[in-house]
Write a protein of this length. Sequence first.
Length: 278
Amino acid sequence: MARAENKTEAGGTAHMVAALAKALREQQGLTQPQLGEKLGYTAAAVSAMETCAQPASDQMLVKLEAAIGGGLGVFEEARRWMLLEKYPAQFKNYVLLEQRALTLSTYVTFVVHGLFQTEEYARALIGGGYPPLKDERVEELVEARLARRGLFDRDPTALIELIIEESALRRTIGGRGAMRGQLLHLAECARRRNVTVQVLPIGCGLDGEHAGCRGDMTFVATPAHEHLVYLEPQDESILISEPAKVTTYMHRYAKIRSQAMGPRESLGLIEQLAGELQ
């Protein structure tokens, strides 16, 4: 929705796209209604894009590239950076690492990891958080979260590992239908050759040992073969690169993995829980 406050909230990429689109439109002798007709948008939508009252959506960027891009690829390149601007401030640096990771190993406790979330689950989770967000912002964050799933099919292939607490699989988010869809999607992800999903059983700790009691963590192996740990407690972003600390977290993660069910047993449990929600 076009809003006056968007003009000040819009990031640098949105303003650059707006200026470039206007310049190329005028260079090609097109009015806003004429460009709108080419794009399948109204003249008002073109005006809102050029003033950043409503920055270009991903779909509009694709159409701008085809209509006035002239083969330069600038609007196509802008898609990545426009998407990045939609992420929360504390997450932007990490998501660049995630996109380029050689391996990604994650342990989560309360909800399904964002990389594995369905649209319906993500919308319920983001929309139900606190403080409450405007509907437009919820949709932006959902779009940005779903875009992360491109990592699954990236070339070169990334190796992705998820260890998830059984309680997170039993916590119904967004209703039974949404949760069933989420579990089925997680099972589908688990069948990928570059993905391993393991469940930490709800009974872990009965014998006094629970290596994951200190919360979520993510390990990233970068193209430069650096090993980093990412933590996000209460919307804060912590990236750890100090080798001694990384080693401690890696040992803890290895212990968590040893306490988890195997991949095949984990997949069976996920499918069983999905079936119980029919």
